[in-house]
Design a protein around this ligand. Structure first.
Ligand SMILES: NC(=O)c1ccc[n+]([C@@H]2O[C@H](COP(=O)([O-])OP(=O)(O)OC[C@H]3O[C@@H](n4cnc5c(N)ncnc54)[C@H](OP(=O)(O)O)[C@@H]3O)[C@@H](O)[C@H]2O)c1
Length: 357
């Protein structure tokens, strides 16, 4: 039985919290909440379960450390406040507590991460003899698991493309995703944060370099591309309303180039409703989103990962799967040698242990 703390209960965290409460091989011992209106409430309430757990949310990290959990599931928003998150993660690790999580997407490929990020966390892991593992569905599963399954089916690969093609219309996250990607902006507005020079390669370039390293391919460069699509008509969706002339879809990629050709591509096509960018690639009929891997080779392989759920919409299902990528690794990460862990360090079968109780 692993003693676990859930850190934050947002889009992803409420799913990992419910998973921890549900699993018989995990014991929820604490919950962190940053928001005042969550502190003091029972964990069950924070993830929509009816039966109280008796575990009460706190904003006191030292009190959570004092519980001496085996592992913390860290899903607090990270990318907008990286230094604060490094400090929080390092504190937990140095105290001997393993951390799995979804925040700080650069850590999905820790061997490719920059020193400013890696060094303090590696130091903390060594000090506490603890491990840190960050993953998700994309970045994560598509580019560090599905891609390898697809590549294992060919005798020669000419190129590989990993794509997220997703309608974000139902994603109730204008504050972070919406503003970062510039949805609603006009062509005269400054480039939103996600598409300023170098940001695409900072977030997705590590995935490309990681696949190249696994394939033993030497790349000439990793470059980025970005294309906006402005709507001629008003678009209304859960995320926001986009007036005519506003940005309603984006297509962007990090491309690993060899001999002038992109051979390893990690691409996103994100739109607000199917009315946006109708000429761009769309998910399979009737679907709002797909995670896709295409290998051009002998033979051609296409893997389409489609999520669905009787209650949750596909965006929430993506958050649920993102939570699964972290929670499913808890037991292995608790047994791992100290340090930063990448998905390919974990034997795939270790990620499914305990799932079918
Ligand atoms: N790789 C993937 O596929 C993937 C997919 C989805 C998300 N992610 C990553 O997972 C993380 C969580 O995503 P999410 O959608 O769940 O985020 P979210 O709902 O926007 O935020 C998660 C929680 O972060 C805490 N938080 C937000 N701003 C804060 C601040 N300024 N100071 C302290 N705490 C703050 C809040 O905690 P309280 O609830 O305690 O108030 C919030 O509920 C992100 O870093 C995101 O990039 C990755």
């Amino acid at each position: 039985m692993r003693r676990v703390v859930q850190f934050s209960t947002g889009n992803v965290g409420r799913h990992s919290l419910a998973a921890i409460i549900g699993r018989p091989d995990l014991e929820l011992v604490g919950v962190h909440a940053a928001s005042d209106n969550k502190v003091g409430r029972d964990a069950a309430e924070l993830c929509g379960l009816s039966e109280p757990t008796g575990v009460i949310a706190t904003d006191d990290i030292d009190a959570l450390i004092a519980l001496q959990p085996d592992c913390v599931v860290y899903t607090a928003l990270g990318e907008t406040r990286p230094m604060e998150v490094i400090e929080e993660m390092a504190k937990l690790l140095a105290a001997g507590i393993n951390v799995v999580g979804t925040s700080m997407v650069w850590l999905v490929t820790p061997r490719q991460a920059d020193d400013w990020l890696r060094a303090p966390l590696e130091e903390a892991c060594a000090a506490g003899n603890a491990s840190l593992y960050v993953n998700g569905i994309d970045p994560g599963y598509s580019s560090d698991s599905a891609v390898f399954s697809a590549l294992s089916l060919v005798t020669r690969a000419r190129s590989v493309t990993v794509q997220e093609i997703f309608d974000y219309g139902n994603y109730d996250d204008y504050e972070y995703t919406g503003t970062a990607m510039g949805f609603g902006n006009s062509p005269d507005d400054p480039l939103p944060i996600a598409f300023q020079l170098g940001v695409i390669t900072s977030v997705f370039g590590g995935l490309v370099r990681n696949i190249a390293a696994q394939l033993d391919v030497e790349l000439d460069e990793v470059r980025e591309r970005y294309e906006p699509w402005y709507t001629p008509e008003r678009i209304e969706c859960k995320m926001m309303t986009v007036e005519p002339g506003g940005l309603a879809a984006v297509r962007f990629a990090a491309e690993g180039v060899r001999s002038g050709e992109p051979v390893i591509t990690v691409e996103h096509v994100n739109r607000l409703t199917s009315a946006a960018a109708p000429d761009w690639q769309v998910p399979p009929e009737g679907q709002l989103g797909v995670h896709k891997v295409i290998v051009e080779g002998e033979p051609r392989v296409e893997v389409n990962t489609l999520l669905s759920h009787p209650v949750l919409d596909v965006t929430e299902a993506g958050c649920l799967s993102t939570a699964a990528r972290a929670v499913n690794a808890i037991d292995w990460v608790c047994r791992a040698p100290a340090g930063l862990i990448a998905a390919d360090d974990i034997p795939p079968t270790e990620m499914i242990r305990g799932l079918m109780w």
